[in-house]
Write a protein that binds this ligand. Structure first.
Ligand code: FES
Length: 180
């Protein structure tokens, strides 16, 4: 860990009046700053506040809000709320999993994308929704998911293989004028 990080962590510890009873607050600060809880950071804090890494880790695992894997540079959150679910959110999530080759809670090998699910982003009228970075994308479909990744500018490796949005093809059949 570099000296800047140590200083930053020391500052967080100093801001909590009782770091031992304020473990959650401390962990929240670390996650806010770094986006996740690394073992290295937790070990450092544990040593500083006089507890063990195992203790801090077990406190953190009790809460769903904490992440133990470094998030990708681009975080994609697919809403799994009821409104999104009934309007095809499951298909959108399935497509995101297929295209990125990861499950929710995982990050692509190149560290570019993380996939997450969220309960509701407050845009139910325009469900299904996907949040990419800080933008909420509404009325999503599986096809739009591919477009979104392609446009995300995150160097998505499968972008070229993503299906292009296609215009509806006219139904095959005989037209009146074709009859003789
Ligand atoms: S349920 Fe998805 S935005 Fe509300």
């Amino acid at each position: 860990m570099n000296p800047d990080e140590k200083n930053e962590l020391d500052g967080m510890i100093a801001r909590v009046s009782d770091p031992v009873s304020g473990k959650i607050q401390l962990l929240q600060m670390v996650q806010e700053t770094y986006g996740w809880l690394s073992e290295e950071h937790m070990r450092y804090i544990a040593g500083k506040i006089g507890t063990s890494y195992q203790d801090l880790f077990s406190v953190a695992t009790f809460y769903a809000q904490f992440k133990f894997n470094k998030p990708g540079r681009t975080v994609i959150k697919v809403c799994r709320g009821t409104a999104c679910h009934v309007r095809g959110g499951a298909q959108v999530l399935k497509e995101a999993k297929n295209l990125l080759g990861i499950k929710p809670g995982q990050t692509t090998e190149d560290g570019e994308y993380s996939l997450e699910t969220v309960a509701c982003v407050g845009a139910c009228a325009l469900a299904p929704t996907v949040v990419l970075g800080s933008d909420v994308h509404r009325r999503m479909t599986a096809k739009k998911m591919a477009e979104l990744l392609r446009e995300s500018g995150g160097g998505w490796k499968k972008a070229e293989k993503a299906p292009e949005p296609t215009a509806k093809k006219p139904k095959a059949g005989k037209s009146k004028g074709a009859r003789k």
